[in-house]
Design a protein around this ligand. Structure first.
Ligand code: GLA
Length: 730
C-alpha cells in the first residue's frame, strides 16, 4: 500500500513508484518531517538532531534544552511554540487577543482514494490509480482548534499532494491570520531555487539562483496567480541539470494570491513552503466553522529537472484537467483578436471563416467586441448581450453562418469584470469591488465584479446561458484583464475573507459552466498568461500562454512554462509577421513550429491577406499538426536546448512507448563558418533503429541518444526545422 503506518516508530510513510515521504510523531506530540527522496524502506528518524543550541526555545512541557521546534524539521510549522522560522499557520484570539497556538498530534485516518476539496480544484484519482489519502489531525487543546493535514498519494505519478482543513470545535471565534498548505523541511542541503517571474507579454521566465541565508519568496497580492510570479517553485541541487541531480517542486492548485518561500536558517536547514497569501487575509472562524487551505502538488526527481517536469506534465494532463477535452486533440482555431481587434462585423467574421476553412482551420473564435456597445476596451463589460447591429443578428445566427462555412464557432467572455459604462454597473454599482470613500482603482478602464456574492455570480451566469443555450458554441475563451486592487465586499462579514471567497466564487462559476456545457472547450486567459496555474487547469484544459505572439519571445515563454505545465495546456498561435507587439519578422514556418509546441494550436491573423502560397503552407501546417497532435499532447517533453543559449532552442516530444519522436529547433543566431549544431534526442528505445521522415535515413537509437545528429547548415536566424523519427518495425 502507498501509505504505511508504523505504530512502533510512530511514523507515516508515503510511497510512490520512485519516491518516499516520511514523517513521525515525536515523544512530545509534534509531527516531524523526516524524509522526501528516492523510494526506500526504513525509518529515517536518525536525520533530525537533538542538540542543545544555546538560545533555542522549548515548550514548557518538554524540559529538555536539546529539543526545540526552532530547529526541528516539521510537517506543519505554526506560530506559537518557539519555531521562529517562517510559519504555515498563525491564529489569533478575537477582540485584539493573543496570537499563538499549540498544535499536537491527535490522530490519523487512512482512506483509499484521493481526497477532494469542496469548492476548490484538486488532483483527482481514477479507479485503478491505487491512490490513498492520509489525514493527520493536530489539535490545540485549549482553543479546541483542529488542523487536519491532508496527504494525497498518487503512486503512479510520483506525486504527493497536501491540503489543510482548520475546524473550530471550541466556543470562541478565532481569527486565522495565515494559512499555508505545504512545507518541506530539509535538515541540510546546498540548493538552488528556480522560480518563474514575468510580466504581461513575457510570462514565466525561469530564474535560478543559489539559496543564501534568509528567506527567498515569490507571491502574488493581485487576486490572481499573476504574470509576475507563478505559483510554482523548484528547489534543486546546485549541480542539477535537465538529466541529473535531485529536484523537488511545489505547485499551487489555486488561482488567487499566494506565497511561496524558501528559507535557509542559521543552521543551514532549508524550509520550502507554499500557500495562500496572508496579505489582506484574516479569516474569522466562529465555533463550528472551518477553512480549507488549497492544495499543493509536490513531486521529487532524482534525475534532474526534465523528469520533474515530466511528472508534473502527466499528472496535470491526466489528473488535474478534466472533462470531454482532457484526452482529445483540440481543434485548430483561428482567433479574431490579432486578425481584427474590435474592427469586425458578422459578415467579416463569416468571410474570415470561409478563408480559414480553405486553410484547413477547424474553429473560428469571435474574440472581444461582440457585445453591448463594445468598440474599444472602455465599455460594456457586464452586458453580455450581442451587438446585433454589428453581428448582423444574434450569436446563434452568426454561429450558424460560421458552421455553414464549415467551421465550429467559439466566443470570448470576460465574466469577472464590469465597465462603469455598462447597464450592469448602472443598475448595480455595489456589485463592483470598491472600498467605500476611497477613490476607485481602474485597470484597463474596468472594475472587478464581487464574485464572492452569489447573486452577482447568478446574474453573470444567467446572461451567459442566455447566449450559450441557444447558440452552437464549441469553444469559450474566459478572459480576466486586471488584478484586484480594491478589496471590499458589502456582503462580507470580514473584509479579510474577500480575496479567498472571490476565488471560490470564480471556481463556482467555472464549475457551473462546465456542468452545463460539458462538451464546450474552455480556454483560460488573463491578459495572456496572468493566471496560468494548476487551479485554472482543473476547469480549463488549456490556457492562452501569453499575449506576446512573437515566435522568438514565445520560445522563452513556452519553455519557461514547460517547467511546471504540460505543453498540451498551452494555447499558442501563429500571428502576423512582423509581429504586432515586437515588430520582429519571422518565417511562417517558424511561427508554426513554435506554436505547435502547444496543444492549443491555432492562428491569429487575417488569413484573407495570405498569398496563395501562404494558404497552401497553412494547409500543410494544419495537416502536420494533425499528424503529430497525439504525440504533442501525450508525449514526454524534453527541453533539449533551452533558448538561453542564444544560439538555438530545441525540444522534443517522445512517445511513452518509444515508438516515435518529434524533434524541433529554431536557430537564434549564426556565425559565418561557425560551429555546427547537433541535436541529441532522448526517450528512444535503446537498441532500436529509427527512420527519419525528413531525411529518409535510418539511425541507431543509441548513437542518436549519445552523439545526436547535425542540424542543416543552411538555416538562417529564426529559421526552424523539425524531424520526425519512427522506430523501424514498431
Ligand atoms: C486580453 C487577451 C487577448 C484578447 C484581449 C481582448 O488581452 O489576453 O487575447 O482576448 O484581451 O480584449
Amino acid at each position: 500500500m502507498p501509505v504505511v503506518v508504523d505504530h512502533d516508530h510512530r511514523t507515516f510513510t508515503l510511497h510512490t513508484a520512485c519516491t518516499t515521504y516520511q514523517m513521525q510523531v515525536d515523544r512530545y506530540g509534534y509531527v516531524l518531517h523526516l524524509y522526501y527522496g528516492p523510494r526506500t524502506a526504513g525509518t529515517m528518524d536518525y536525520l533530525p538532531t537533538f542538540w542543545d543550541r544555546g538560545q533555542a526555545a522549548q515548550p514548557e512541557h518538554v524540559g529538555d534544552r536539546a529539543y526545540s521546534l526552532d530547529v526541528l524539521p516539521q510537517e506543519f510549522p505554526f506560530q506559537g511554540m518557539g519555531d521562529l522560522r517562517n510559519p504555515l499557520f498563525s491564529v489569533r484570539r478575537v477582540g485584539g487577543g493573543a496570537f499563538g497556538c499549540d498544535l499536537r498530534y491527535a490522530g490519523f485516518e487512512l482512506r483509499d482514494g484521493k481526497y477532494g476539496l469542496p469548492g476548490l480544484p484538486a488532483v483527482y484519482d481514477e479507479g485503478a490509480d491505487g491512490a490513498q489519502t492520509l489525514v493527520i489531525t493536530l489539535r490545540d487543546a485549549q482553543l479546541r482548534l483542529d488542523v487536519e493535514l491532508l496527504y494525497g498519494v498518487m503512486p503512479a505519478y510520483d506525486v504527493v499532494t497536501r491540503a489543510v482543513r482548520v475546524v473550530n470545535r471550541g466556543t470562541e471565534t478565532v481569527e486565522v491570520k495565515r494559512l499555508q498548505s505545504a512545507c518541506l523541511d530539509f535538515t541540510h542541503g546546498d540548493f538552488d531555487v528556480l522560480s518563474f517571474f514575468g510580466r504581461h507579454g513575457m510570462e514565466r521566465m525561469p530564474a535560478r539562483a543559489a539559496l543564501g541565508h534568509g528567506s527567498f519568496s515569490v507571491g502574488s497580492r493581485r487576486g490572481e496567480s499573476s504574470h509576475q510570479y507563478n505559483p510554482f517553485l523548484i528547489v534543486c541541487d546546485r549541480t542539477a541539470t535537465e538529466e541529473a541531480g535531485q529536484a523537488w517542486s511545489m505547485s499551487f492548485v489555486y488561482s488567487g494570491g499566494f506565497c511561496a518561500a524558501v528559507e535557509r536558517d542559521q543552521f543551514d536547514q532549508v524550509r520550502m513552503q507554499m500557500g495562500l497569501s496572508d496579505e489582506q487575509f484574516s479569516f474569522p472562524l466562529a465555533p463550528g466553522e472551518e477553512l480549507v487551505g488549497p492544495e499543493v502538488v509536490m513531486t521529487y526527481s532524482a534525475h534532474g529537472l526534465g523528469l520533474l517536469s515530466q511528472n508534473l506534465h502527466r499528472l496535470i494532463r491526466q489528473r488535474v484537467c478534466r472533462g470531454y477535452w482532457r484526452d482529445r486533440v483540440r481543434p485548430v482555431l483561428l482567433n479574431s483578436w490579432e486578425a481584427a481587434y474590435f474592427d469586425f462585423t458578422g459578415d467579416s467574421l463569416v468571410d474570415l471563416a470561409r478563408k480559414a476553412k480553405e486553410c484547413g482551420v477547424e474553429l473560428l473564435v469571435m474574440d472581444d467586441g461582440w457585445f453591448g456597445r463594445r468598440e474599444s476596451d472602455t465599455s460594456s463589460l457586464g452586458d453580455w448581450r450581442p451587438n446585433t447591429a454589428k453581428l448582423g443578428g444574434t450569436v446563434a445566427e452568426l454561429a450558424r453562418r460560421v458552421n455553414e462555412a464549415g467551421l465550429d464557432f467559439g466566443i470570448w467572455y470576460e465574466p469577472e469584470m464590469v465597465s462603469e459604462d455598462s447597464d450592469l454597473y448602472r443598475a448595480h454599482p455595489d456589485w463592483a469591488l470598491a472600498v467605500p470613500g476611497k477613490p476607485k482603482v481602474r485597470g484597463r478602464d474596468q472594475l472587478v465584479l464581487d464574485l464572492s456574492r452569489p447573486e452577482v455570480r447568478d446574474a453573470v451566469f444567467e446572461q451567459m446561458c442566455a447566449v450559450l443555450d441557444d447558440a452552437n458554441v464549441a469553444y469559450l475563451k474566459w478572459d480576466c484583464n486586471r488584478s484586484l486592487v480594491d478589496v471590499y465586499s458589502s456582503a462580507a462579514r470580514d473584509q479579510g475573507t474577500v480575496l479567498y471567497n472571490y476565488v471560490l466564487g470564480l471556481y463556482d462559476l467555472l464549475e457551473r459552466l462546465s456542468q452545463r456545457y460539458p462538451r464546450m472547450l474552455v480556454e483560460g486567459c488573463a491578459s495572456g498568461g496572468g493566471r496560468f496555474d494548476a487551479g485554472m487547469l482543473y476547469y480549463t484544459p488549456q490556457i492562452w500562454t501569453s499575449d506576446c505572439t512573437d515566435a522568438v519571445n514565445r520560445l522563452t515563454i513556452q519553455v519557461g512554462t514547460s517547467y511546471g505545465y504540460p505543453c498540451a495546456a498551452m494555447g499558442a498561435h501563429v500571428s502576423a509577421s512582423p509581429n504586432e507587439m515586437t515588430r520582429r519578422p519571422a518565417p511562417l514556418s517558424t511561427r508554426a513550429a513554435v506554436a505547435m509546441m502547444g496543444g492549443g494550436f491555432g492562428y491569429e491573423l487575417d488569413v484573407r491577406e495570405l498569398p496563395d502560397a501562404g494558404v497552401e503552407a497553412v494547409k500543410r501546417q494544419v495537416a502536420y499538426f494533425h499528424a503529430h497532435a497525439e504525440l504533442i499532447m501525450n508525449g514526454r517533453y524534453y527541453r533539449l536546448v533551452p533558448p538561453e543559449t542564444n544560439r538555438l532552442c530545441a525540444w522534443e516530444f517522445a512517445a511513452e512507448d518509444g515508438s516515435e519522436a518529434l524533434v524541433a529547433a529554431v536557430v537564434l543566431d549564426v556565425h559565418g563558418y561557425g560551429v555546427p549544431s547537433y541535436l541529441v534526442p532522448r526517450g528512444l528505445t535503446p537498441g532500436a533503429v529509427y527512420r527519419c521522415s525528413e531525411t529518409g535515413g535510418d539511425y541507431p537509437s543509441d548513437a542518436l541518444m549519445s552523439a545526436g545528429f547535425p542540424l542543416p547548415l543552411s538555416l538562417a536566424p529564426y529559421e526552424s526545422c523539425a524531424f520526425h523519427f519512427s522506430r523501424v518495425g514498431a
